[in-house]
Design a protein around this ligand. Structure first.
Ligand SMILES: NC(=O)c1ccc[n+]([C@@H]2O[C@H](COP(=O)([O-])OP(=O)(O)OC[C@H]3O[C@@H](n4cnc5c(N)ncnc54)[C@H](O)[C@@H]3O)[C@@H](O)[C@H]2O)c1
Ligand SMILES: N[C@H](C(=O)O)[C@H](O)COP(=O)(O)O
Length: 336
């Protein structure tokens, strides 16, 4: 039997539980080539299924056999989904959009458990449903999000956040930090390692022999010869030159405003972006429904939905599960 892909349930008071249940109840996972196992909470998932009018039972499994990672199974008619029960939250009392300490601690537990079972080789990869970063912090997690938490747990210093859709891939040099701190965080070493990790991953997981990487400028019109900032000349161009000397097909610094037009027409395989919103605005504009967040540079496979906890929608059943399905599909492809 193939090793499973673990789906972490995410914030119990966000849209994570319901998008998992929605995709499962609508049989969206039926083409997935690996067993799927949810790391989460049975009662919270039952409550989420009830949003769609479905009655789900939770059955304990014997602790052996090919499903050894799972402790339970969710059942609804003919449908069955493996579950590792990692919390027993009082589901009926949880308020959507209002995580408490127990929810925060539980969402961290789901992620850590999944990561550890990927590291051990018992699982083929993990797909994460969204967590709220304030709730993570309130539960004592020092990492701002999954990306940094997984890097620390895997003992990796540098990883790259990539968001990918069929028309555009963006890889970020900096991620979760104040905009005012971005220029100070940019160094030739950080830019070069982002390019290197992206090139290696695109070769390995996306069958691109020599990925074409467009490296963006930070400032308007790529700094206009130093008139609008010198990060291009001082930091970005030297990193591109080093990458090119290593045989990587990197070009730039490109003016960020125009480059995406050409990238979506197929001129580049990925765009290396200097900060979070430089890359994620065009990506989510094009791919909000089917974009996938992938952490590159980890020793494990991790993909994620490209959206957050959507507290404004949680409990309504209106959140789309398309990004979750895309993330599961990509994780399976990467594992094959
Ligand atoms: N992978 C992750 O864990 C992840 C990703 C992004 C944001 N977050 C976190 O989520 C929290 C909320 O972030 P935010 O408000 O910036 O972004 P968000 O993605 O939660 O919400 C932005 C907008 O998109 C809508 N939306 C989100 N998911 C949707 C879906 N599946 N279907 C339809 N509409 C959807 C929301 O209703 C909202 O209007 C923050 O704490 C943020 O850090 C987590
Ligand atoms: N930057 C991501 C996004 O906007 O989709 C998001 O915050 C997820 O981060 P983690 O995967 O590190 O939780």
């Amino acid at each position: 039997m193939k090793q499973p892909i673990i789906i972490t349930m995410g914030d119990p008071t966000g849209v994570g539980p319901e998008i998992i249940m929605k995709a499962w109840l609508e049989d969206n996972f039926s083409d997935v080539q690996r067993p799927l196992l949810v790391a989460g909470d049975g009662a919270v998932l039952q409550r989420a299924a009830a949003i769609f009018g479905a009655e789900v039972t939770v059955e304990a499994l014997a602790d052996d056999g090919p499903q050894a990672l799972a402790s339970h199974r969710l059942l609804c008619g003919e449908r069955s989904l493996l579950l590792k029960k990692l919390s027993e939250l009082p589901a009926a009392d949880l308020v959507y959009g209002a995580p408490d300490l127990a929810c925060g601690q539980a969402m961290i537990r789901y992620i850590e458990w999944a990561c550890d079972h990927c590291l051990s080789g018992e699982a083929a990869g993990m797909v994460t449903a969204p967590v709220n970063k304030q709730a993570l912090r309130a539960a004592g997690c020092e990492a701002p999000g999954h990306t940094e938490l997984l890097a620390a747990r895997c003992g990796v210093e540098k990883v790259v956040m990539m968001l990918a859709g069929s028309r555009l891939r963006v890889c970020l040099v900096t991620t979760h930090l104040p905009y005012s701190a971005v220029p100070m965080a940019l160094t030739p070493e950080e830019i070069l390692s982002t390019v290197q990790i992206s090139a290696v991953a695109l070769r390995r997981f996306f069958s691109l022999d020599s990925p074409r990487l467009a490296v963006l400028a930070l400032n308007p019109h790529a700094g206009e010869g130093g008139q609008f900032g010198d990060e291009e000349q001082r930091l970005i161009a030297p990193a591109i030159e080093s990458a090119r000397q290593q045989g990587i097909d990197a070009s730039g610094p490109h003016s960020a405003d125009a480059l995406f037009h050409f990238a979506v027409q197929g001129a580049y395989d990925a765009v290396i972006c200097m900060y979070h919103d430089q890359g994620l605005i065009p990506l989510k504009l094009l791919h909000f429904d089917d974009g996938v967040n992938v952490t590159l540079g980890l020793p494990i496979i991790r993909t994620s939905v490209d959206h957050g906890t959507a507290y404004d929608l949680a409990g309504s059943g209106r959140a789309s599960s398309a990004s979750l399905l895309a993330a599961v599909t990509l994780a399976c492809q990467m594992a094959s």
